[in-house]
Design a protein around this ligand. Sequence first.
Ligand code: MRU
Length: 355
Amino acid sequence: MNKSILDYETVELDDENSALVIIDQTKLPSLTEIVNLKTAEEIWDAIYLLKVRGAPAIGVAAAFGIYLLSKKIETEDYTAFYQEFCRQKEYLNSARPTAVNLSWALNRMEQVCVSNKDKSVAEIKELLKQEAISIKEEDIRVCKSIGEYGLTLIKPGDGILTHCNAGQLATCKYGTATAPIYLGLERGYNLRVFADETRPLLQGARLTAYELHSAGVDVTLICDNMSATVMRNGWVNAVFVGCDRVAANGDVANKIGTSVVATVAKRYNVPFYVCAPTSTIDMNTPTGADITIEQRPASEVTDMWYKERMAPEGIKVFNPAFDVTDHDLISGIVTEYGVAREPYAESLREIFSKV
Ligand code: MRU
């Protein structure tokens, strides 16, 4: 039987060959190319170029990545080891600024060094490996739990709209925004999904439509500017999106275009849910205005996917990778501990009391 895209691991550790193994997502859906990353530069590039992408998957890749880089540090002296660990950590952390999972996972790995500084460097390396494996295993459990809570918000036969890819390819299994959809599929919900294509990098068309279609979900691809039409037509009962960073007041940074969908959903009274593992909630960032938004090259807008450049030479281009959705447009933030609702400053604090 042919292997489906869902049968591949998004991020894997090949410890024997000291490699981080990923699917090169820039080639999907036409080519499933598995790549082995061994150097710091290869791992950094893979994150920056979105070969591995989606907040939780970036976190897991960084955890395995820093473990592999620490394995190469040749010293028995803790101070020298820790200094080089921190240098490599800062380098990986600079690959992308918005998804907090990158620094979250790297900080967790650093904490392993700090809390075990009395142990030998060899023992610390082994503990780093175990921590990275735990981060991956937790991601699977967390996504499943988000799926269970998400499923309580919809009913069989519902239409769901999603933006970008917060699917299995953005995590280690289930996805976040797609988790209720996959669980609904297992339980005969017959959901109808609308996937925004998601300009300019087309994660919705290339990844979400691909993985849901491969799973047998009823999925319809739409251009980003069609979400108002499908909502006005009454075809959408709920929007589920993922996120890259949730601020303490409930403002959410997610793929560019998300705030447009949220605004339209409000207009047509469609509940708008953000699926967020607690690893994506940053209580140290007070509001959306404090989130650094990644700016990406103009060529992604003017050239990518086209046979020839399609915009005039010399034209000014604005290409932010993410936008901020204000908390008052969000009906609920679905975490692995339950659904947070307004006022988010309180409900998110309550969620964190369970972590
Ligand atoms: O630039 P990307 O493809 O990494 O952006 C991905 C998103 O915006 C996702 O919605 C988000 O990371 C959540 S993934 C579960």
